[in-house]
Design a protein around this ligand. Sequence first.
Ligand code: SF4
Length: 354
Amino acid sequence: MHIRSIAAPLLKWFAGNARDLPWRRTRDPYAIWVSEIMLQQTQVKTVIPYWQRWMEQLPDIASLAAAADDSVIKLWEGLGYYSRARNLQKSAKLIGDELGGRFPRDVAGVLALPGVGRYTGGAICSIAYNQPEPIVDGNVARLLARLLGIEQSPKDKAVADRLWSVADDLVKHAVSLQKPRQRNASAFNQAMMELGALVCRPRNPLCGGCPLQGCCTARKENKVETIPALAKRAAATKRRFIGFIINWRGKVFVQRRPSGDVNAGFWEFPNWEVSADAGAAHLAKANLALGQAELLCVIHHSVTRYRNRLEMFLLRVSRKPRLAKLHGEWISLEEIDKFPLTAAHRKVAKRLQT
Ligand code: SF4
């Protein structure tokens, strides 16, 4: 079996099984670029409402370039990996300033945009322009590794190089099968991702309904469950934070995370990382009276390999405290919804409002 024999059945399967996703109804490179950046590390069903809201409010490159920073990150609030939103806006400004406002038309130009890597560049050029550029994301890597019976981890450099080379050959072959008005580079790349997402799933793949089962090495050799080999995960690290909602005359204090930090530009309640066994002495950091604090909630959240525990204390104070080391704003509970908050602190705000 030659791997090229998957092209025709895969295209046929995609024609009858592709999900109707909103960004599949357009060929606008801007809209496809936004969808591809949002889809990095994020599930399709999560992305749909974010993408729709974004496209309503920032429908083109010019509107993104001109938008206020806060409104851009507010649109991204809850999606995580916020450097993606900042890079989108940086790129929009660059396109406006240096490319006359026109989205680049070739892969080198697309790859020059901040935040665009090999996968995203290939996805934009193939989907928007039908250029025969390869793509290998997690879904495609798993699908190809199973079809070819590759037992090593797709994260190994030699394996990754091989997968990219196979994907390159396959998309070019798919285009050679193209009839007038067909867009096989776009359809084939999306078909590989779609089959990986819906059928050749990480666990319990639906081999019985797979259009490629006749040419799948892993299925033939009964290795579907062991391919691809999983790379070793970095051990999780626990971290503990203590934070305060300081309530003074119905207003609460929020501060913006500094540039260069994770989640830079987002707002949050004052908080500090403490050692696992730290006691209430940390309240003293904010020059606050210990006796007034009551525990409001404990939020557990994960950021990459960190498992964070955030203990939030509520302090009602009658005199405006002097928060010498903190720089932020006193806002009402109604105003808080307008501020882009980090995911953990948005949960805290919701607890406060209920
Ligand atoms: S037969 Fe199973 S393992 Fe092979 S490509 Fe299809 S779904 Fe994946």
